[in-house]
Design a protein around this ligand. Structure first.
Ligand code: CP3
Length: 344
């Protein structure tokens, strides 16, 4: 048992717990009426991210409602490009927008002001820890350099990240430099979150799945390996979950190559393969978020299949990607009850 009796930390240390502890990616978000209310009062999405008081409030909302085993810091992966003065904004109905970066922009990037810019986020971590129940773990996070870079290059979300893939082929040196800068800043940011009270951190590589084998090694594995090595060199007790969405078969070596303590699985990962991955250590996932929207038997059957395949090993129950705005909060109540009712 971990010193503070936080189940997710125990699982990250390799323990099997039945029923498994759970949290949901994007658990604080638009499917919750209380989030929509705070979000409307905050003004812009980034104002919400940079208000320690409001970020704390929305982080705690899903904990109050559902008693998840972990809270995740409310912020966004794009606060790093925002701190790098890439003019990040979130326009209603459009997702994120940034000023697209070019080779000169990459060479001119300066990390000097980043820690200062992110101070309100770190302050929120401390406040959240102070307000959480003792047994609830607190997760920090950052985006993986590849995923953050895709937004910085295109200047917006795209379905296949073609602009970033093309840029990486045409300008390999500038692209490698961008990944290095992001890896270094992300490692410092995660260390600051850990020092402020995060029990573990998750690295989100939401766009890992668009990469070929060699690019996966260079753009997804290597920068994440650098971040984890840097964090663990400075904070040996730190635990890291790495979520490489869409990585499929490449997940086989991902844990070992990156040094992640646990790997996150999206819903396309077959459960037989997931069980195989679990032989090497803890896994997290992997319910299709659409099952939470559908509810009923689609929800129940999805949950049961995961528990049956992965419940006898170290598992953090989660979705395979973020919960979506159209999910009914009552379906989440049902999910929590079903997972918690499932003792071996
Ligand atoms: O999980 C949590 O509850 C913590 C908060 C969190 C947010 N974004 C809040 C958010 C986390 C961990 C993220 C990570 C994030 N942000 C990722 C990686 C995970 C993933 O979902 O793939 C990515 C790619 C982003 C970038 C981003 N932020 C996009 C593409 C969008 C627009 C799409 C959308 O869902 O609206 C955002 C906005 C965003 N980040 C919202 C929230 C709650 C919605 C904005 C709003 O409330 O107006």
């Amino acid at each position: 048992m971990s010193a503070k009796n936080r189940k997710i930390v125990d699982v990250l240390n390799g323990k099997t717990i039945s029923p498994p502890p759970l949290w949901l990616m994007r658990q604080a978000g638009r499917y919750l009426p209380e989030y929509r209310q705070t979000r409307a009062a905050a003004g812009s999405f980034l104002d919400l991210c940079y208000s320690p008081e409001l970020a704390t409030e929305v982080t705690l909302q899903p904990i109050r409602r559902y008693g998840f085993d972990a809270a995740i810091l409310f912020s966004d992966i794009l606060v790093i490009p925002d701190a790098l003065e890439r003019n990040v904004r979130f326009e209603e109905g459009h997702g994120p927008r940034l000023d697209p970066i070019d080779v000169d922009g990459i060479l001119a990037l300066k990390g000097d002001g980043v820690a200062d810019h992110l101070k309100p986020v770190i302050e929120a971590v401390g406040r959240i820890r102070g307000a959480l129940p003792e047994e609830t773990a607190l997760l920090g996070f950052c985006g993986a350099p590849w995923t953050v870079a895709t937004y910085m290059i295109a200047g917006h979300g795209t379905p296949d990240q073609a602009p970033a893939r093309l840029f990486a082929y045409r300008e390999p040196r500038a692209f490698a430099h961008l990944l290095d800068v992001l890896a270094e800043l992300s490692a410092d940011y995660l260390v600051a979150q850990i020092d402020a009270g995060a029990d573990a951190v998750q690295i989100f590589d939401s766009w890992a799945g668009v990469l070929g084998e060699r690019e996966f090694a260079d753009f997804a594995v290597r920068p994440v390996q650098k971040i984890i090595a840097s964090v663990k060199a400075r904070r040996p007790q730190a635990k890291v979950i790495a979520f490489a969405k869409g990585a499929g078969l490449l997940l086989k070596s991902y844990r070992q190559q990156t040094g992640a303590d646990a790997i996150g699985l999206d819903w396309s990962v077959p459960l037989s393969f997931a069980a195989d991955l679990q032989k090497d250590g803890p896994v997290q996932g992997n319910l299709d978020p659409m099952r939470v929207v559908a509810g009923g038997t689609a929800l129940d059957e999805g949950i049961d299949a995961i528990l049956q395949a992965l419940g006898n090993g170290p598992l953090i129950f989660n979705l395979g990607h973020g919960i979506t705005p159209q999910a009914d909060p009552d379906n989440v109540t049902r999910l929590v009850a079903r997972v918690r009712g499932a003792a071996r």
